[in-house]
Ligand binder design. Structure first.
Ligand code: HEM
Length: 106
């Protein structure tokens, strides 16, 4: 999958996560988001084309996705514990990460 596809998947599943009243749907969509974020790590954003894999910019890009995966895992843990409102509140916080890293790399 290319980066745009991963981002489109992140986007669709994120909308579903914020909207659903079903714990099992939330878990499925969070798991889909996690896989898309992990796959996005293999891509190079068009803006960073030509940068070395160990350049500060690529490292920063990976840091953003690692942060998002950590936040997704936090929300998954709450969903696994049956805490739907708390899981949704945790998912709301992904927006900050998305916006911060879109400003840098999108
Ligand atoms: C909940 C989290 C996120 C959502 C919902 C999201 C969603 C999106 C969407 C809808 C696009 C446009 C895709 C398209 O052109 O079809 C996009 C592009 C992009 N996003 Fe995200 N994003 C998220 C997090 C992140 C993070 C954490 C990073 C980097 C660390 C990132 C980096 C990018 C980049 C580089 C593009 C441009 C891709 C390109 O033009 O090929 N995104 N994102």
């Amino acid at each position: 999958r290319d980066l745009e596809e991963d981002m489109d998947i992140l986007n669709d599943s994120y909308k579903a996560v914020l909207k659903t009243d079903s714990l099992s749907e939330m878990k499925t969509e969070l798991t889909t988001m996690r896989a898309a974020a992990m796959d996005a790590m293999k891509a190079t954003p068009p803006k960073l084309e030509g940068k070395a894999p160990d350049s500060p910019e690529i490292q920063e890009y990976h840091k953003g996705l690692t942060l998002l995966v950590g936040q997704i895992d936090g929300a998954l843990k709450l969903a696994d514990a049956g805490k739907l409102p708390e899981a949704r509140a945790a998912a709301e916080e992904f927006k900050q990460t998305r916006n911060t890293y879109h400003k840098k790399f999108r």
